[in-house]
Design a protein around this ligand. Structure first.
Ligand code: BJW
Length: 231
């Protein structure tokens, strides 16, 4: 990585975990196959049919625990954090824990974490020891409430935005990896970084929705391009 940069913000999306075997959202065989993600990834959909949504997240939770491993892109970002002398903030839209397992320590999960459940009353989070469902209750309320997935759905406020915007205001390089640029506010981060005068780089299998906003582009698989970049 070119040492002219001192403050880097990296944004990742589902595409970085695709080579680990996790489906992306908007591919033809994507997550929520029979549904438009915008229709089901909402609090309203959850309260309409909590069992359906709990089943969906329980399956993804089980998959994460059984044989899904970080790929070379996750590992390269972990190594970058360890060896880079400046400030690095890794913001991920992903709810998997592959960045942490790939060696990254400072990870901001702006759309939540699959390994946690959240009390719908107190908003307290709990590490998840079993799949979602009626038997997974909080210990902060009496009676215990069924934990909801600790994820951010459409219409809900993403996590850590103040910290993200502060980092974007100061960054000199913004890198976006494996995201379609269809979901805001993440899709707008490139614009914020440009306002700060940062260089901007998109790494994606195909041009994203906000492709034209980036100064530099690398088109291809994250598992090949990210390790080559941080070498
Ligand atoms: C590879 C690869 C390989 C494949 N290598 N690449 C109009 C304008 C602006 C905003 C809005 C608007 N109307 C509504 C909104 C707001 C709304 C929104 O953005 N809607 C859009 C549909 C327009 N956003 C929200 O509601 C958000 N909250 C919000 O805005 O709060 C208010 C607020 C106001 C002001 C400031 C700030 C906030 C919340 C959004 C929550 C999104 N939640 C989900 C589900 C999370 C839980 C879960 O995982 O189940 O997050 S939806 C889903 O989309 C998930 C993802 O994190 C997110 C992004 O998807 P991602 O990662 O980009 O995946 P894909 O599948 O789309 O793309 C993968 C890419 O990888 C592709 O391009 C492939 O080519 C590529 N790829 N293999 C490299 N090997």
């Amino acid at each position: 990585m070119n040492s002219m940069y001192q403050r880097i913000v990296v944004l990742t999306g589902a595409g970085i975990s695709a080579e680990s075997g996790l489906k992306t959202f908007r591919a033809e065989d994507g997550l929520w196959e029979e549904h438009r993600v915008e229709d089901v990834a909402t609090p309203e959909a959850y309260w309409r049919d909590p069992d359906l949504v709990n089943r969906f997240y329980s399956l993804r939770w089980a998959q994460l625990r059984q044989g899904v491993e970080p790929n070379p892109a996750h590992v390269a970002l972990g190594a970058l954090e360890q060896h880079f002398g400046g400030e690095l903030l890794l913001v991920t839209q992903n709810i998997d824990d592959l960045h942490e397992r790939g060696g990254s320590r400072r990870v901001l999960h702006m759309h939540g974490e699959l390994v946690k459940g959240r009390c719908p009353k107190s908003q307290q989070t709990f590490p998840l020891r079993q799949a979602f469902g009626a038997e997974n209750l909080c210990t902060c309320c009496e009676p215990g409430q069924m934990l909801r997935p600790h994820v951010v759905w459409f219409g809900e406020m993403p996590i850590g935005l103040d910290r993200i915007y502060q980092a974007l205001e100061r960054c000199d390089l913004f890198i976006s990896i494996g995201t379609s640029g269809k979901v805001y506010p993440a899709a707008g981060f490139v614009e914020q970084a440009k306002l700060a005068g940062a260089d901007t780089l998109e790494i994606n299998l195909e041009p994203s929705e906000v492709h034209s906003q980036f100064r530099f582009h690398r088109q291809g698989r994250a598992g090949e391009l990210v390790p080559a970049l941080v070498e």
